[in-house]
Structures are given as C-alpha cells and as structure tokens.
Design a protein around this ligand. Structure first.
Ligand code: FAD
Length: 414
C-alpha cells in the first residue's frame, strides 16, 4: 500500500512540480528519486486516483519519441498491453454524404514507419501512477497554491492554509488554466477556435486493422483512432454550438448522425461511450520561464488537436527540461537558476510556436468549404503523398524526431 498523501508538507525540496496530469507525472519520474534522484514533490489539487480499467477518457496518439521516453522511464511495459499501434493513417477530404477523396496515406510501405501508439488517458495515468508511487512513500502533496514568491535562491509556494514550500526550481504542470503562470503574470497569446472536439469511444463489429482515418469536413476534422479490440476513439471537431448539440443528442439520434461520417468499413456500431465536448483554443505563454519557475505541457501551450500533438509537445518539454536540469545538477550547478531556465526556454519555445502555428494553419486550410482553398489542399497533400522525401519529413515531425532531440526522446538515459 502506498502511503496516504499528506495534506501539505511544509518543508524544502530540490524540485516542486505543481500538477499531476500526464506531463507532471512524467517529469516526476524523470527527475525524482527513480530518475535523476532529486528530492521532489508533486502538488495535486486533489488526491490522484488510479482510474479503473476501462474507465472512459480521451485517447492520445503517442509518437515514437514519446513512447521511447516512456520506455526509458519504466512506464511503457505496464502501458503496452493497453496500446494500439496505428499501422496506417488515411487522410481524406470529404463532404458529408459525398465522396471521400483520399489525399494522403502513411503506412508500413513508408521507410520511416514507426507507428504511433494510441493509448487511452485512464490507462496512461494508471501506468504513470503505478510506476511513480512506491510503497510507503507518496510523491504527492495535496493542497491549493495561492501564492508564488521568487526568494532569489528558491521559489516559494504558499497554500490556502498558509503553509509554505520552497525549492530552487518550481515547475508549473498545472494545465491550460495554469495558476502558477497567472501568479507570475505570464501573459498568453490566445484565441478561441469557436470549435469543440467531441470525444467518445465506439465499439464496432469488424476489426479496424490498426487504421486511423482523418476526414476533413468544412466544419472541422473527424478523426477515428484505432483502440485495442474492435474499438475506435472519435475526435469529432464541430462548431461549438453544434458540438454541444451532438453531445446532448439522444443516443439513437446521435448514432444516425455518427453513421453518416463513420462509414461502413468497421461494420455495425455496437456501443457508444460517454460523449464529452472539449472547447478548442490556441494558447501559448509569452514566456516559458520566470525566475525559479518553468512552464511545461498545457500550462505553456494549448494546440489544436487535429494533429494529435498536444501531449507529445508536453512530453518534449519534459525531456528538454529534465536534460537541462540533469546537466546542471551533474556539474554541481544550480538547477533552477537563470542559465538553466534560459537554456530550456530557448530549446522549447521557438519549436512550440512553430508547431502550434502549423496545426493552426492546417485547421484554417481544412475547416472551410472555399473552392480555391479546397483545390490548394487537395493538390498539396496529393503531392506530399507522391514525394517520399517530403513524406518522410512529415512522419519524422509527427514522431517528434526533428530538431535538437532531447536524450530521453531518443530512448537514451537522462
Ligand atoms: C479533444 C482533444 C484531443 C486530444 N488528442 C490528443 C492526442 O491525440 N495526442 C496528444 O498528444 N494530445 C492530445 N490532446 C492534448 C492533450 O490532452 C493535452 O496536451 C494534455 O492533456 C496536457 O497534459 P498536461 O499534464 O500538461 O495537462 P492536464 O492534463 O490538463 O493536467 C494538468 C493537471 O494539473 C492539475 N491542476 C490544475 N490546476 C492545479 C493547481 N492549481 N494545483 C494543483 N494541480 C492543478 C489538474 O487537476 C490536472 O491534473 C488532445 C486534447 C483535446 C482537447
């Protein structure tokens, strides 16, 4: 049995991570006692629960780089039985009820084939928690952060009950509405897409053979991600009001709407899991660091899910920050000083802005029914499909293996 987390333990640490989502948990594994060995605490708003097997949740397409890092952190062996390889990806341009023009296909025949793995959030969180939580020692502290102070040699966080904690480095892994970012007056560049991603798990009676399909409709992309067994995770992007209507539609009426897009390749729809509509926005922090603070994951950037890259970018932050901290620690340097933080910021911010704007551009190009743009995108993607070198570059980008790749993402030790 793991020890029960304290409400707040007011003492000093070498590293404080605020937020127990997938990004915060992965960073704790990389830098905490089972990784680099820092004395580390993860601050969670409520006690992290191990989700029950089969609990509903959205699915993530983890690129090869993310998977290698999870392997190095000891998470992958537990997660692997719950992962489905995405053997082929078919991108089509479609009109509801009309033709599905196939624009692009990635698969085994491509030289750089190293398929992304689809994992469901409950299984990912459970595997991260199982690997992180050792008997008798809880890495968690439960409390709500109300203040952050730069003390010069350390960052100090204060909780609602007045207790305080200090560390040379505090990491904000507290998601899209990051409290730590606002306490540090870090502004964001952001806009709403006016779209929402409707997510649900569908059971069907024919196998999907590891094929992922992304159909681009004028209202937004409709993605079908293969899960283990005869199941598919849906990410159905629609205008916000339409997504809310679909989420609340009576089940049989929803199934009729769904069948118009889902197609017949996977046979009959046997069941439809709970539906959730996530409002979509673009949001990038103007700075990824402040004195004694680093932002990682959705606390630093929220991107359109059409390329399935949000968490992959977050894991890239984890790998880059962990490397900056490890290199400093090994030289006996301060792990949270300006030199370490500047290196992290330079490594991640430009790369993130570039990727996020790329996904934003794709959404603008595809989420409309303008004939001219339709021609441009059909020609553009059709061309990519016929040029192996360009296609390989696309795949390396999606796998997270472009640019200066942090060691953890190559499968090497920290
Ligand atoms: C529809 C949709 C589909 C997506 N599909 C994909 C995909 O296929 N592939 C992919 O890579 N990404 C995908 N994403 C993006 C992905 O979901 C996010 O990038 C990822 O969840 C970010 O993880 P995180 O740990 O940074 O933040 P979160 O998952 O938001 O976790 C933040 C944690 O911090 C906690 N917290 C918040 N405030 C505080 C506080 N003050 N104190 C303590 N704790 C706090 C929260 O409770 C939470 O546990 C998708 C997103 C959407 C909306």
């Amino acid at each position: 049995m793991a020890a029960k987390p304290e409400s707040v333990v007011a003492r000093d640490y070498e590293l404080i991570i605020v937020g127990a989502g997938p990004v915060g948990l992965a960073l704790a594994l990389a830098l905490g006692p089972s990784g680099l060995g820092l004395d580390c605490v993860v601050v969670a708003a409520t006690e992290p629960q191990r989700p029950a097997a089969g609990a509903p949740g959205r699915a993530y397409a983890l690129g090869a780089a993310s998977r290698r890092m999870l392997g190095g952190l000891g998470v992958w062996p537990t997660l692997k039985p719950h992962a489905q390889a995405m053997e082929r990806i078919i991108v089509t341009d479609g009109r509801v009820g009309g033709s599905q023009l196939s624009l692009l296909e990635f698969g085994e025949a491509d030289a750089a084939h190293d398929p992304a793995q689809i994992v469901e959030e409950p299984a990912l969180i459970a595997s991260l928690l199982d690997t992180l939580t050792k008997p008798a020692v809880s890495p968690f502290c439960i409390g709500e952060v109300t203040e952050f102070t730069d003390l010069g040699a350390a960052g100090e966080i204060r909780f609602t009950d007045g207790q305080k904690m200090r560390a040379p480095l505090v990491v904000a892994a507290d998601g899209a509405g990051s409290r730590l970012a606002s306490l540090n007056a870090i502004a964001h560049v952001s806009w709403d897409y006016g779209q929402a991603g409707l997510v649900a798990t569908i059971e069907h009676d024919l196998p999907h053979n590891g094929v992922a399909i992304e159909r681009f409709y004028p209202s937004g992309p409709f993605a079908m991600l293969p899960l283990t067994g005869k199941r598919t995770s849906l990410v159905w992007t629609e205008a916000q009001t339409e997504a809310t209507r679909l989420a609340n539609l009576e089940r049989s009426a929803f199934q009729i709407e769904l069948e118009r897009r889902f197609g017949e390749d996977r046979g009959r729809i046997l069941s439809i899991g709970p539906r959730h509509a996530y409002p979509l926005k673009f949001k990038i922090a103007r700075k990824f660091t402040a004195p004694r603070l680093a932002l990682v994951g959705d606390a630093a950037h929220v991107v359109h899910p059409l390329a399935g890259q949000g968490l992959n970018l977050g894991f890239r932050d984890v790998a880059a920050l962990a490397e900056c901290v490890a290199d400093a620690a090994r030289l006996g340097l301060d792990v949270g000083d300006a030199t370490t933080l500047t290196r992290y910021e330079r490594w991640r911010r430009f790369d993130t802005v570039q990727s996020a704007l790329g996904y934003d551009g794709l959404n603008r190009l595809f989420s409309n029914d303008h004939d001219g743009l339709r021609l441009v995108r059909d020609l553009g993607l059709g061309l990519v499909d016929r040029l192996p070198a360009v296609k390989r570059a696309f795949m390396a980008e999606a796998a997270g293996l472009t640019g200066e790749t942090p060691r953890l993402l190559t499968g090497a030790a920290l």
